[in-house]
Design a protein around this ligand. Sequence first.
Ligand SMILES: Cc1cc2nc3c(=O)[nH]c(=O)nc-3n(C[C@H](O)[C@H](O)[C@H](O)COP(=O)(O)O)c2cc1C
Length: 255
Amino acid sequence: MIYIINTKTFIFAKKNNMSDFENVVRSRRSIRNYEKTDHFDHDIVKKSLELSILSPNSSNMQLWEFYRIISPEAKEKIAYFCLDQVPAKTASELVVFVARPDHVKRSIKFNLDLINDPDNFEKESRKEKRRHYFSKTMPLFYSKDFLFVFSIIKKLIVTFTGFKRPSVREVTVIDKKVTIHKSIALAAQTFMLAVRNFNYDTCPLEGYDSYRIKKYLKLPKQAQINMVVAVGKSATDGVWYPQKRFSYSEVVKEI
Ligand SMILES: Cc1cc2nc3c(=O)[nH]c(=O)nc-3n(C[C@H](O)[C@H](O)[C@H](O)COP(=O)(O)O)c2cc1C
């Protein structure tokens, strides 16, 4: 159960019947202020990112990168680019989650190599289908598009085929961006829960200057910042407001 005492002090006590997983999920909060310490265990960030990498992701394309901001100088810079938000300024480490649509060729090769690996236990018929998927469908979906021309053509094709049978409608360059960011957000969530499992805290941030962060990290134009996650040990005033959500019946539709 989570107790919020005088809206500032955040005390967490595990209920007897709570599973470890429920405990981790229920005790995660966006922490806005972190303890100042020289004893932050940076290894838990490494371990949490190793778990993040196991997150489900669209077609196993893994179009993501994770930049650990560890040195005080780099942290100060990135915190400034995060508009000097308190969680960024007080965090022991910051992790920048980055989308890499420019890594498509590398990801296709990775998956084709996996299919062709002699140790791959996959059925031969499935291998053939997946080879086609990675050598034809993926290059088409992730193809570059000048002035949306290709997107419009693809959209017209799926609208037409959609009259006859169920078809994937998300084929434009904008859809491609959403697809990549969905997967990275899942990785970020795995990361935040993993950090919580190690008894540390996080705060996801999207209030930042992506242009300046990209420039500082020497990222190419095509790379996109998905979010920055602050990591540390919550200070006693780390939780700034109670956790409230719409109720189950308001947001869940049982059909
Ligand atoms: C994509 C995303 C971006 C966010 N950006 C910020 C941010 O820039 N600054 C901030 O203080 N909190 C940010 N948050 C945290 C949310 O405000 C927070 O998750 C929400 O209020 C619910 O609170 P809880 O995480 O403690 O349950 C962000 C959360 C998400 C998922």
